[in-house]
Design a protein around this ligand. Structure first.
Ligand SMILES: [Zn+2]
Length: 188
């Protein structure tokens, strides 16, 4: 499962295959374009350098807080204040949307700025906290990857972002490490 805030945090990309290559996708116009389109948000593209700097700081702290909470930590007052400050950068207007029985009140982001985007990301994360879903936050156990995701399995046993990719890779690595250890033992 992907959410607005995990998608945002994952703009800090690490090559899961272990090449050591990282990519700060936040700075890429192509990423900005795809991200805003996907979550129905708008802001100037390319983002200004000042905006990027603020967004990077925000992402770093969000990453840290998500990691702390996923390990059972509690949210401090300072974290609350920080989230509130981020959310105060956005404005919401209410609109009637849908037809007939689908008619509903929709809250629409009012500003087409990166501060609005940050407010939306912060609000999405706040929603995760309110719903008590922080225990499901995972950082992929492949240390090269660190992709953040929700563990949506019943028993909360999901360890890798993708079993076919990181899961398999780690299986192969464990297998090779075992073979190597055996070979050393046989030769010794
Ligand atoms: Zn992974």
């Amino acid at each position: 499962m992907e959410s607005l805030w995990t998608d945002f945090v994952n703009s800090d990309y690490h090559d899961w295959r272990g090449s050591g290559r990282s990519e700060n996708r936040l700075v890429l116009s192509s990423w900005q374009h795809a991200f805003l389109g996907k979550w129905c948000l708008s802001a100037p593209i390319p983002a200004l350098e000042d905006d990027i700097r603020v967004l990077e700081q925000f992402r770093g702290r969000l990453q840290q807080l998500a990691a702390d909470l996923s390990e059972g930590g509690a949210m401090a007052q300072a974290d609350r204040d920080w989230l509130n400050a981020a959310m105060s950068g956005g404005l919401i207007t209410r609109q009637l949307a849908g037809e007939g029985s689908e008619l509903h009140l929709s809250m629409v982001p009012a500003k087409q700025e990166w501060t609005q985007v940050m407010a939306e990301v912060a609000a999405d994360f706040a929603g995760t906290v309110i719903e008590g879903e922080t225990v499901r936050i995972r950082f992929c156990e492949n240390s090269d990857c660190r992709w953040v995701f929700y563990d949506d399995t019943r028993n909360r046993t999901k360890r890798y972002c993708d079993d076919k990719m990181c899961g398999n890779l780690m299986k192969v690595r464990r297998f090779r490490a075992k073979k190597k250890a055996e070979a050393i033992k046989d030769n010794g």
